[in-house]
Every structure is written in C-alpha cells, then in structure tokens.
Design a protein around this ligand. Structure first.
Ligand SMILES: [Zn+2]
Length: 847
C-alpha cells in the first residue's frame, strides 16, 4: 500500500559516536550482577510485558537484563501463565530496553521450582549464576531437575542449563516452554531458533553450544523449544541440555550477534524523521519500515532484513561492520534509499523521508475546546490504511486516537472518507477528500455535544490490555480508547492483577477527563461462571497479583474471597458474562437440575447481561440447546422474577484497541457531570442501586410516577402505586450517526403488546430523522400486583458501522433500562415468580 519511490541515493552521516545508557550498578559498570529484587533495587526494564515483582531475581550485565520468577507455589506471571517459579519472565537488551517475552519456562512446566530454600545464586569468576532444584515433578517419577542460568560479564546471552537426574531421566523428552504471545512468529535460521515480534520490535534467539543445528519449534501455549539427541548430553541417570538465549531487536540484530566471531558488531540507532517538519510537534515518522541489505547482498535477490521503527521513528540493530543500503518507507511519505557503512563504533543513522501527504485536524467541541477524539479512515477504493496492529496505541489499523484533539495522519495519495467522533453524546463529522502527493490537508473539526445527559455519566466497568495475560495490547492504548469515546468512569480491571490507569492519565495530563480506580477481574474456573470484577481495591505495585486475591477453582470460594478482600472494604462485585442457568441450578451443565453455584448470587452486586439484543428475541420459542443455556439477559429477567434484586450492566470486556472500548456503555446516575468530581464510592452505590441505563449508543431516559408518592423513580428505584396506576416518561436521544425506530416496555420481563411503539406504526411518536430527540412520551400503565418495568429502545435494521468499525458497529443501536420496581400493595416489592417460558433449573422445587 505504501508507495515507494526510489530516489537517487542520498548519503548520510555515519559513524557519529553514540553513548549508551550505563547499567545501574553504582560504580560496578561492566560487571554482571544477580540479586533478589527489593523496593530499593527495582530494575528499570521497559517494555509491554514486564512482569517482575519483589522477591524475583535480576540478572544483569552491561548488555542484557533478565528477571527470574521467585520459586514459590503461588508465583503466577499472569492469568494464563501460572506456577512460574524459576522461569525467565523478562528479558531484554539494556539499550533499547524492550521486554516483549511472557516467559521462558525450563522443561515447559514439567518440573516445578517452588522451594526458595533450593535456590543458589552468586558469582563464579566472570559469571553470575542463579540455580534452583525442582521441588515437584508433574510426572510423579523419581527424577528431579536443576535449572541454572549463567550470565557472563559483557556477554549478549544468558545460558540456561537443565539437568535431569534420576533412573528414568532418559525417558524425559528434552524441551522447554516459550510464551511469546500475540504477534510473535516462530522460525529457524542457520544455527538459531528464534521468535520474532516485528511490530513490537523484539526477537529472541535460542542457540545450542554443542552443535550448529538449531532446536525446533512446536507451536502451542506454551510453544515448545524441542531438542534432539544432538542437542543433549546423556549418561545412565542424567539428561542435560544447554541453551543460549539472546534478546535482540530483530533478526538482523540477532544474526549479527550470534555470528560475531570475527568482526564484533556495533549498535546502530536509526532515527527516521520528516525532511521538513510540518510543524514543531511532528518531528518523527511514526512506524517507518527500514529494509537493510549489505552492498554485497545487492542483486542476490535475497529477502532483505526489515526493521520496524517505534512511534518516534526509532529502531535499533547491531550490525556487522560492512557497507549497507537502507530502504525506508512509511504510509504517506515518499520512500527513500540511503547508503551507510557500519564501522567499529556504535553510531546513529539519521534517515529522512519527504513529500508527506495526508491530513491534519484540530478537533474541538461546541465551546472551542480541543477534545479527545478518534478518526476512522476508509479508502474510497482499495484497502483501508493500516497503521498498526489492533494491540497498538494511537495509530491502530485504520483508526487514529488523539487524546489532545490534534491529529496528524500521513496517507498515501487517493480518495478517503474519514469519520471524526467522540462517543454517542457527540455528533460525528464526516470528511470526504482526495489526498494529493506532497500535501497535508488541514481540517478544523467541530464535534457538538448534542445529547443532554445531565445527571448521568458514561461508564465501562470491564476492560483489558496486556497485563491481563490473554492479549498483548498496550495499556496506554486502552486509556486512549476510553478517553476518545468519552467514557467518564472506568476502573482498571486486568485479569488476576490489580493495576491502574492513573500513570497513563498523568502522562497525558488528562486525569480530569476520566475518573478511574484500581480494580481487578478475578478469573478462575470453571469458565464462564467464575469471573468477577471488583473495585476499588488497594493496589500494591510489583507484588503478586498487584495485591489482589488469588483465583480459585471453586466459584463460591472465589467470589466470597473477592467480596471480603481488603478487610471487607466497601466495594462492587460484578458477575461477568455468566451462565446464570448453570449458576442457578446446573453446575455440571448436564441438563439435570442441581444446587448449581447459587450461593454466588448472594455476593453479586451487579450482573453483566449483554448482549442487549436478546431482550427482543423470542427465547422460549427459539431456545438454545439444553447444555448451552447461556442467555444472560433472559435469565437475569427470570432471576428478578424469582425475587433477586440484582442490577444488570453491560461492558465491552475489551481486549484490543481497535474500537475496543466505547461500543457498549452504561450511563450511571451521578451527582456530578464533571469526570474530575466523580467519586468511586458514589459510583459503587449508584451501581448497587441499579441506577443504570445500558446502551450501545442511544441515550434512554426513563422515569416513573404514581399517585401514591411524590417521588420520581429512576431505573433501579422502587415506586409505590397503591392504585396500580403508573406514568412512565420515556425519552430517547441520539447523535447524528445512529437512530432508533422502536420503543418497548417490558412488564415482569415480558414485552407488553400494548406498549410496543415503532416508527412505522406510530410515526407521530418519533422525532425527525435528523433530530436529536427521537422519542419523548408518557404512558399510563395499570398493574394489579407488584411488577418490575423495563424500557428498551432499538434501531431495528440499523448499524453504526462507520463510526464503531465492522466488528462492533454492525450491531443495532440499542438501550435497555434497569427495572423500576413497582410496589402495588404497599408492603415492598415482592417477587412475582412469573416464568418466562423457559424456567431456570431448580432442584428444590423439582419433584
Ligand atoms: Zn474480562
């Protein structure tokens, strides 16, 4: 897609000397060290996958750093990497420091290193070592394993030696485990096996000192690094293998260092910048590609090595001294070709790109303030631009976030359609234009906040990024996504780890736009019932689970442990995407009623009930198969009919940054409309009270009134109506990019035939297509017993695709209120027991 125009060779400066950051060894520079990590000796390792905690071990010399998980039975790296004692958790060059490894696990977890008394570490001549004997064997045979890591002064690799002792040692298959997640590719080249994440710029090489044959890969979770007889040493009762593990930036960097016998390679820092700075803020070419060939490779038709720069246009590689040709390209720039020579010194290679084309934008609200917003870019013909992975920050596939309201988007020449947006309280602006080579088109974009949500704020209580362990998305990108969708309250809820968004908000200087707090998603098994979110919880950075509770295999134990955490502090416990059928009365999902996990319901303050669309489906006449009875919305309505008064909520559960947050949200009642005034404690109470509107976009407002009470009830409230007469006031507002065409009232979970209003049947009740107010009517309802009332609105046959992307935007705009509980007889809202046609399993009443 990126058009590459080969210009005449421009020769650039080389050989500029370049000073590397020194190791943090307080005067012992150059000497390898090993120690148990404590608060006063925290390593300064950077990268998306940093997982060390206090009590783990650091091995470091002047070239590389690695951390080793403390050998404890409770040491987990994250929710998907457990029992990890003795594994390498973080591994990186010191410059650039960029850890993308999840774990190297000796013997791939067949031996567990869980006894701190079996650790030895220290210095042996010019080498530091860390060693541990296994305390448990998964196979329960007579063997034990010893892992030893050795790091020599000045060496670019750590050597791992696995020794298995015991009569049946030779029955053990020799392999280790590698968790390199997300976008890593697993390859072999020459005498090394390696895994490469080209986008996030880390390659890790594995080389066997005994032989020139590389180990092989078996892809999985973890992937296996497999050794053959050539790779191992055997005696009668011992099996041993040794592997050198090299952190590198890229395959060319790795190749230079593993083959560095003759000419020692030198480090080169590449900086790609625009030839003429378009303005003072744009001084780097984000995510350029640099293809490198040596002069002697020219004409050999071999695939060149590729380096990907970071968001600041920077890439690193160690290179064997030689003459090189770099071919540089980036979306929206004219490509260029540059010759340089790598000498005996580390150096900086400056590369520039010219003739940038694309657009820039300043995005303001109606009052003229710059606001966070996103631009979703579609090519009118051909493929959409793709700036980076859906795990990336800022430039994510075809969308660009700007938390400060200023966008600079290089684009190749062509015709485009761009949607600027900031969530469903704001209109979206569409621009159609042609990008001309060498020109940046400036746009002033005004996004009006047209939907009036006074008294309500937007919230998403369930979000993820890389620390969760089941994805590799940048957490900074999650925060950008939340801000640009105008989410105003979002606790941080990574799997099995208390964590915080505040450091990112501070870095952005935008703490006033997003209220947040530290929380967790506690994820055990069985799935899906044993997932609960909770906040606020006390964050203890760099400790196991961030100070959070441990998961359990028993959902009842787990939810109680979570609810009681932090000395029984006041908090919210949310049941995530549950199978309520299973929880209520079929724990083994065999279709026969049993006691279920019903005890969990007593700890659940709120239940996730998405997807909302199912409220409009005729579930009783189109039931799912008996074993897969997971219809949270329908079953939640049945629970309310059984007398459970647990509010419903929806969340994105986002794991990726491409429109991941924002397409589902809740509006919570709030005493303030200003995010910086939002209190977490109030949010907990508002949610517990059920003061919640769930929505994919439309802003639905519902109030109830009766002759018995002067109070106006909002969703979640009780309303006394001694004469059975209730007035429901319903309004729906939408911005210009979504619409609704139906409003439906549900009485005790059943859609009322009388109170079903569509634009087709009752056009007079609906606002004009271009109006913000889509609906504003009051209805009189009569009831003759206690009843709960829910209002839902939907745009049937409609989507929000252009603004919310294909994956999430293809769904209809829809909003559902929490119930108003009407008390007919004046002695409180009682349960009603109405069945909705597909009863919950109930062993107690089953005969
Ligand atoms: Zn989740």
């Amino acid at each position: 897609m990126t058009k590459l125009i080969l210009t005449s060779l421009a020769f650039l400066v080389t050989g500029m000397s370049f000073t590397f950051a020194q190791t943090q060894t307080d005067g012992q520079t150059g000497v390898a060290e090993v120690y148990a990590i404590a608060p006063e000796s925290a390593p300064d390792i950077l990268g998306k996958e940093v997982d060390w905690i206090y009590g783990d071990y650091l091995l470091k010399n002047e070239v590389i750093s690695l951390t080793i998980a403390a050998p404890l039975p409770t040491r987990d790296a994250n929710f998907t990497i457990r029992k990890i004692g003795g594994s390498i958790l973080d591994l990186t060059l010191n410059e650039p420091s960029n850890d993308q490894l999840s774990a190297y696990t000796p013997t791939s977890g067949r031996y567990l290193f869980q006894d701190p008394a079996l650790v030895k570490f220290g210095r042996d001549g010019d080498t530091v070592f860390w060693q541990c004997r296994s305390s448990k064997t998964v196979a329960k045979d007579d063997t034990t394993a010893i892992v030893e890591y050795r790091l020599k002064d000045g060496e670019a690799f750590v050597e791992s030696t696995i020794t298995i002792n015991g009569d049946s040692a030779n029955n053990i298959q020799p392999f280790d485990g590698i968790r390199a997640d997300g976008w890593f590719e697993f390859k072999q080249s020459g005498n090394v096996a390696y895994c490469e994440d080209s986008f996030f710029r880390q390659t890790i090489g594995f080389q066997i000192p005994l032989t020139a044959k590389p180990p092989s890969w078996k892809k999985g979770r973890p992937s296996r690094l497999q050794y053959t007889d050539e790779h191992v040493a055997r005696t009668d009762s011992q099996l041993q293998w040794q592997v050198r593990i090299y952190p590198a930036t890229s395959p060319i960097d790795l190749e230079a260092i593993v083959n560095s016998s003759a000419d020692s390679p030198t480090m080169h820092k590449f900086i790609v910048s625009p030839e003429a700075y378009p303005n003072e803020t744009i001084d780097a070419v984000c995510r350029a590609k640099i293809e490198l060939r040596t002069n002697s490779d020219q004409g050999k038709n071999e695939e060149p090595f590729t380096l990907q720069t970071d968001d600041k246009g920077i890439a690193y590689a160690r290179l064997t001294p030689d003459a090189y040709i770099a071919t540089v390209s980036a979306i929206g720039y004219e490509g260029t070709k540059v010759s340089f020579s790598a000498g005996q010194e580390n150096s900086t290679v400056k590369l520039s790109l010219k003739n940038v084309s694309g657009f820039s934008a300043e995005i303001r609200d109606g009052e003229g303030n710059l606001i966070p917003a996103k631009a979703t870019i579609y090519a009118t013909e051909g493929e959409n631009p793709n700036y980076g992975l859906r795990s990336a920050r800022t430039f994510v596939e075809n969308l660009v976030y700007s938390v400060h309201g200023r966008l600079y988007c290089p684009l190749d020449p062509g015709k485009y359609e761009v949607y600027f947006s900031r969530g469903p309280e704001y209109n979206s602006v569409r621009k159609d234009f042609e990008v001309v080579a060498g020109e940046i088109q400036p746009f002033d974009v005004k996004l009006d906040r047209v939907v009036d949500t006074t008294g309500w704020i937007s919230a998403d209580l369930h979000s993820h990024s890389s620390p969760s362990g089941d994805n590799t998305s940048e957490q900074y990108g999650r925060v950008e996504n939340l801000l640009c969708e105008n989410i105003e309250f979002a606790p941080c809820t990574e799997h099995n780890r208390i964590d915080s968004y505040t450091p990112h908000l501070k870095q952005m200087n935008l703490e006033h736009l997003l209220a947040t707090c530290t929380g967790i998603e506690l994820t055990g098994s069985p799935t899906p019932v044993n997932h609960q979110n909770s906040f606020p919880l006390i964050w203890r950075p760099n400790t196991q689970n961030g100070g959070g509770p441990r998961f359990s295999y028993n959902p009842l134990t787990q939810i109680e442990r979570l609810a009681m955490w932090d000395n029984q502090s006041e908090k919210l416990v949310q049941m995530n995407h549950p199978n309520l059928h299973q929880i209520y009365g079929d724990l083994d999902t065999d279709g026969v009623a049993d006691k279920g996990f019903r005890g969990m319901l007593k700890w659940a303050d709120v239940i996730e009930v998405h997807p909302l669309e199912t409220i409009f489906q005729d579930i009783p006449n189109n039931p799912p198969s008996a074993r897969r009875m997971r219809i949270p919305m329908f079953q939640w309505l049945q629970l309310i009919n059984q007398g459970y008064r647990i509010p419903g909520i929806i969340n994105t559960d986002s794991h990726y940054n491409h429109h991941g947050s924002g397409w589902r949200r809740n509006w919570f009642a709030s005493s303030t409309d200003d995010p910086q005034e939002i209190s977490t404690d109030e949010m907990v109470q508002q949610v517990k009270s059920g003061h919640i509107i769930m929505s994919t976009g439309p802003f639905l407002s519902v109030t109830g009134q009766s002759n018995s009470s002067p109070e106006i009830a909002i969703p979640g409230d009780s309303l006394v109506a001694n004469d059975g007469q209730i007035t429901l006031n319903i309004t729906v507002q939408c911005p210009n990019w979504l619409d609704v065409n139906r409003v439906q009232i549900f009485i005790n979970g059943q859609p009322s035939k009388k109170h079903n209003y569509t634009r087709r049947e009752s056009p007079e009740l609906f606002g004009k297509i271009d109006a913000v107010q889509k609906f504003n009517s009051s209805f009189e309802l009569s009831i003759d017993s206690d009843a709960h009332l829910i209002v839902a609105t939907i745009g049937e046959g409609m989507t929000m695709e252009k603004v919310m992307g294909r994956r999430y935007g293809k769904r209809p705009p829809i909003a559902v209120s929490n119930p108003i509980y009407v008390d007919f007889d004046g002695n409180g809202f009682q349960h009603n027991s109405d069945e909705l046609g597909l009863p919950l399993p109930n062993a107690e009443t089953a005969k």
